[in-house]
Ligand binder design. Structure first.
Ligand code: MOS
Length: 694
């Protein structure tokens, strides 16, 4: 027997870890059978226009090719709930890379050969793919991603800025970024007795099932979507993607199981991306560094078929006290693939600019950047006026500074040399909202004394199964090993997506509720349990939909040390240290991994990752890992993640905040600020590749 304080927070080892490293864990593309057909997409080769003819005879003549689906012969879909799923329905090409045909063959090789033998003809219309700050199509959307207002104003930020004795006015540029989870998107679909089963690489199989039901015009209970093991997603698998629709449609058309995996170089056009942003930040302050005006204006892009607005000005509504504030998003619809979620959409981009501008202000004032942030701590959430349920940014900054060895820093730029290397350190704050969604779970007590929890959570490599076992065990008064956890199927009690750093809070609340009810039932029960045990089901219902009277956010501080080669312009990261305040940490091992993973992704954002749009071809230039550079092990230095134990009673029964995304937030700014300290050069466009530093 173990008490909850020992179970929650313990560094329990991920339960499926051994299956993964020994290769027995099966992923979506691995649920094939001897009668399976393999699919290969034919992507549009014009940036926008229409398909005028599509000739498939040569493809069908390739040995092994079974069928070619195009908009001429593909099954008709009902209008899907997301326009990106309306594939092979008409001759439109909204952007380059849009699927115009699907080749199905007896082998993957035959499908690929067949796809290269499909001849498509197009009428190409003029395309508009380049984001500029003065694009005539820019408008202020009603809402940015997450339901946040496109524009918010308090007081008169422009007048206060003009009147401020110290002013920073700087524009930062972020290129687009691509989600590249280790496992590309894939689906294997089969029909059996009118029931559709899809193994899909997804962050939420309930949402995939519901989308397929809508698109195929099927009852939800005739579809099962399984996402048992998922090799990462970073948001790109948070919404249903076309491979699941294509595989299901092809399996229905051919009467055979169909496997469809996206080649990595097709992903950029199909699975979403973090849209580029041009961000102007204006800060006005007095000579003590106290802010009087904060203005953060975002210019970004969406596609022609879907409005998605990266909510990059939203963190400025949360971070610092200022009587005057203006936070604005403007967006333009271009002939580009639809942007979508990528780890900390909004916060990751917005905090790069805001936290770089805070560093610029600190430099202008000659105030230590940690101290400047402490002087602008708000009493309540600046925009809403709501009290914080807990806010320990100040503790993260001061305790992080102590651990990092910040306090004896010489603030002068370019003052530390080591041979050809210039050394510098930088700091930035981090924030991420506490999100939670409705979920259901069941808990069962078996006669042998073991327990079983069922919930359609998705484990995208984070350790969801493990932490849910800990949560259940803490309530049931048992060891986590005594709790079986079933996740990853839409046939399980309905639960929310693994996104928005909300999974553990959402699923965990349902598991906690079910386990609590089970304990009560067991207390009432007399005599031995029946052979199938006792089972209770719980649903968090509208508990999670109620607006909290508190502003609930996780906070953190990132510290970085870099060495810049003065001969080559290369930036090497020497140290990264994150200090977080994210409620109660439920598994110290998996939490540390998520924090560190987020920081590595922030390192990529700062130094190596960046997508550019080829204006002539209307295509992403970096669409594979040879050109889109994610950090390798050799790029990743000594990284430390630490946290402050927060006791926040206004969250959920576990007292936890989300941890999946905050690690990326502010990391790029901390690195950029460190490069500025090392070299004296303030660069405002990422990534900080050697060409920019020379
Ligand atoms: Mo995360 S970008 O919310 O999957």
């Amino acid at each position: 027997m173990s008490d909850s304080t020992r179970v929650l927070g313990a560094p329990v080892v991920r339960r499926e870890g051994r299956d993964k490293v020994t290769g027995t864990a099966r992923y979506a593309a691995e649920h094939t059978s001897a009668d399976c057909l393999y699919g290969w997409i034919v992507p549009a080769t014009v940036p926008t226009g229409r398909v005028t003819a599509i000739r498939t005879a040569d493809a069908l003549a390739v040995p092994g090719v079974h069928t070619v689906l195009t908009h001429d012969n593909a099954p008709r879909l009902k209008e899907p709930d997301d326009p990106i799923l309306a594939v092979l329905q008409d001759d439109r090409v909204p952007h380059r890379g849009w699927p115009v045909a699907l080749v199905l063959a007896e082998s993957l090789e035959a499908a690929r050969a067949g796809a290269s033998a499909v001849h498509a003809e197009y009428t190409a219309t003029g395309h508009d793919v380049v984001l500029t700050g003065d694009h005539p199509g820019l408008y202020i959307p009603e809402e940015a991603n997450g339901g946040h207002p496109g524009l918010r104003e308090r007081g008169d930020a422009m007048r206060a800025f003009e009147a401020a004795p110290v002013r920073i006015d700087a524009t930062y540029t972020l290129h687009g970024l691509h989600n590249h989870p280790m496992e590309p998107h894939a689906s294997t679909a089969r029909w059996s007795d009118g029931h559709l089963t899809v193994h899909d690489s997804s962050q939420g199989s309930t949402a995939v099932r519901n989308s397929l039901a809508t698109a195929l015009g099927l009852d939800r209970n005739r579809i099962t979507v399984v996402s048992e093991h998922v090799g990462g997603g970073f948001g790109s698998k948070g919404t249903p993607r076309p491979q699941s629709v294509l595989a299901a449609m092809a399996a229905r058309h051919t009467g055979r199981p169909v496997q469809l995996a996206l080649p990595r170089r097709y992903m950029a056009a199909i699975v979403g991306h973090r849209a580029p942003t041009l961000q102007r930040v204006r800060l006005g302050a007095d000579r003590d560094g106290v802010l009087s005006s904060v203005s953060h204006e975002i210019v970004t892009q969406t596609s022609r078929i879907k409005e998605f607005v990266e909510q990059a000005a939203v963190p400025a509504r949360v971070m610092y006290a200022s009587p005057h504030s203006r936070t604005e998003h403007r967006v333009v619809a271009l002939d580009v693939p639809s942007p979508s979620w990528m780890r900390a959409p909004g916060e990751a981009s917005g905090m790069y600019a805001l936290e770089s501008a805070m560093d610029e202000l600190a430099c202008a004032l000659g105030i230590d950047p940690v101290e400047l942030r402490l002087r602008n701590e708000p009493q309540a959430e600046p925009d809403s006026g709501r009290p914080f349920s807990s806010r320990n940014l100040a503790a993260c900054l001061t305790q992080g500074a102590a651990r990092f060895g910040w306090n004896d820093r010489d603030p002068r730029p370019a003052a530390r040399e080591e041979g050809p290397w210039l050394l510098g350190t930088g700091v930035a704050s981090a924030t991420y909202p506490v999100l939670v969604s409705r979920s259901a779970a069941s808990a069962q007590a078996a006669p042998d004394g073991s327990y079983r929890v069922r919930v359609n959570a998705t484990d995208i490599g984070t350790g969801a199964r493990t932490v849910l076992a800990q949560i259940a065990a803490s309530v049931l008064g048992t060891d986590p090993e005594n709790v079986q956890v079933d996740v990853g199927s839409s046939d399980l009690p309905t639960a929310s997506v693994a996104g928005g750093s909300s999974g553990t809070a959402s699923w965990g609340s349902a598991v906690h509720k079910a386990a609590t009810a089970l304990v009560r039932r067991l207390a009432e029960h007399t005599g031995p349990l029946p052979p199938d045990g006792l089972t209770v089901t719980a649903d968090t219902g509208d508990e999670t939909a109620q607006e909290s009277p508190y502003a609930r956010h996780a906070f953190g501080a990132h510290f970085a040390e870099v060495a810049v080669d003065s001969l080559t312009g290369e930036v090497r990261v020497r140290r990264l240290l994150g200090m977080y305040a994210a409620g109660r940490i439920l598994n110290s091992r998996t939490a540390r991994s998520q924090f560190i993973g987020g920081m590595v992704m922030g390192l990529g954002m700062a130094l190596t990752e960046g997508s550019t749009m080829d204006p002539a071809f209307g295509d992403f230039t970096e669409s594979d890992l040879a050109s889109y550079h994610v950090p390798s092990c050799a790029d990743v230095p000594d990284i430390q993640a630490h946290w402050i134990d927060e006791d926040d009673p206004h969250l959920n029964p576990m007292g936890s905040k989300g941890i999946g995304e905050i690690g990326i937030v502010g990391t790029a700014a901390a690195l950029g600020n460190a490069v500025r300290h090392a070299t004296g050069a303030r660069l405002r466009t990422l990534p900080l590749t050697p060409d920019k530093l020379l």
